[in-house]
Design a protein around this ligand. Structure first.
Ligand code: GLC
Length: 432
């Protein structure tokens, strides 16, 4: 008896002195647990805080995260496997900007049109909103947007009296001069994402389109991959970038590896999404913090620069048993406050227009404001319910084209164009 009293007194003292570390929510018996499928974030702290804030506001909902690989392609393989099996244990997920047509057409993503009406949609930037729409219904709420940006060593360009290069050829010329006089022998000119995965499609599209080229014309169904502007751009990458301006190993680089070359001071120029700004200027993660410039990507002579549209949406599993709780979570994560935190702490470009007017964003993230026009003009990858098949074909072709330099490019491109044409026929059948 005395022992029991003593124990309960100790328990009370412990509770007063050390407030419970366990989640308030997990202690609540009738809490609804929702499973959030996501990738491994670059800045996990800010995501943790946002989820904690959600728990504080919604003590009856507990968010359990399942973290998948960082690569869009690998994450896609996992998520689609689960959705194909009508797996109800996932409630809410992040969708790459190119997935909504596929997820909608397959019946995997819930139609959010009634929860996310046009008046609400109007508060977001038009590009990401239209990427979430398939056959006039909306399936994704834009979490953040991305567009390819060009990072450079401002200090080195200044030292050699260069403006940021306007053309790809100029980038290489400047790079050669800087390397010629620079003390770091291991340094290279350029790093970007050339591994065989989704990021390769984004990078190669920027080369093609900044030479007036295209993969296909979705309106006419014509495949343009084997036409001169596309071939010239691909030849440039194979002959002047891979193993020349960029190390040969770049054909195995996704975003993190290519960024780490830049943050270690081993490359002058770097292509990445907006989040890289925060990492490159974080003295704990980067040796070049404060020496970084950012701008639009170069183009080929006589053409305008082009950035690929990237970014991620939230979607709800059509088979989820907790759709309303999942929706509450999406509302929280896409609120102005959350988008502001994701911008300030993780460098992610907001999709809500009002965040760009926020004084803290204007003061601390001037590059986001400066690049708003190019974010708005960022160009989508093909919009298709069979986009993953199109992308896989492109990934294989681009990778082979830049790696196997001895194979004749026009015939490789023609063979790929024929396969793409067949995929477009399949797409037309699905659309009927
Ligand atoms: C980024 C973009 C996404 C793209 C991916 C490719 O995550 O936001 O849209 O598909 O990179 O690596």
């Amino acid at each position: 008896m005395i022992m029991r009293r003593l124990l309960s007194k100790i328990a009370i003292c412990v509770l007063i002195l050390c407030p419970p570390l366990i989640d308030v929510v997990s202690a609540t018996q009738d809490a609804t647990e929702i499973v959030f499928l996501t990738w491994k974030p670059n800045q996990p702290e800010v995501w943790n805080k946002l989820i904690q804030a959600f728990h504080d506001k919604h003590p009856h909902i507990k968010v359990k995260r399942q973290v998948c690989p960082h690569s869009s392609t690998e994450y896609h393989a996992i998520i689609t496997q689960r959705l194909k099996n009508k797996d109800a244990s996932v409630d809410v997920f992040l969708m790459d900007v190119v997935w909504p047509p596929e997820f909608a057409n397959a019946g995997w993503a819930l139609d959010l049109s009634s929860r996310f009406p046009e008046a609400e949609q109007g508060k977001f930037l038009a590009g990401p909103i239209s990427a979430g729409i398939y056959r006039e219904k909306i399936y994704g709420v834009p979490c953040y947007m991305a567009a390819g940006l060009f990072y450079y060593r401002k200090d080195l360009l200044e030292k050699y009296h260069f403006d940021p290069p306007a053309t790809w050829a100029e980038m290489i010329e400047q790079g050669k001069t800087i390397l010629g006089g620079h003390e770091n022998p291991g340094m290279v000119i350029y790093s970007a994402q050339f591994k065989q995965y989704e990021g390769l499609v984004c990078n190669m599209l920027e080369f093609l389109r900044s030479n007036g080229g295209e993969i296909l014309d979705q309106k006419t169904g014509q495949v343009l991959l084997d036409q001169a502007p596309a071939l010239e751009a691909i030849s440039f990458v194979r002959n002047h970038i891979i193993g020349k301006a960029a190390p040969r190993g770049v054909v195995t680089y996704e975003e993190p590896e290519s960024l780490s070359l830049f943050t270690q001071g081993k490359t002058i120029f770097h292509r990445n999404w907006p989040y890289a700004w925060a990492v490159a200027n974080d003295p704990e993660k980067s040796t070049v913090s404060g020496k970084v410039g950012v701008g639009t990507l170069p183009a080929f002579k006589g053409h305008g620069h082009v950035a690929t549209l990237g970014g991620w949406h939230f979607g709800i599993n059509a088979f989820s048993r907790h759709q309303e709780a999942a929706w509450q979570f999406i509302r929280h994560m896409t609120s102005k406050e959350s988008q502001k935190a994701l911008a300030l702490k993780a460098g992610l470009a907001p999709t809500r227009k009002s965040v760009y007017e926020d004084p803290a964003i204007q003061q601390k993230m001037p590059h986001l404001i400066a690049f708003l026009p190019s974010f708005k003009n960022a160009v989508s990858r093909p919009l298709s319910p069979i986009y993953p098949m199109i992308s896989q074909e492109l990934q294989r072709f681009f990778s082979a084209a830049i790696v196997h330099k001895n194979e004749a490019l026009p015939s490789m491109a023609h063979a790929s164009a024929v396969r793409l044409k067949k995929l477009l026929e399949l797409e037309a059948m699905i659309a009927r």
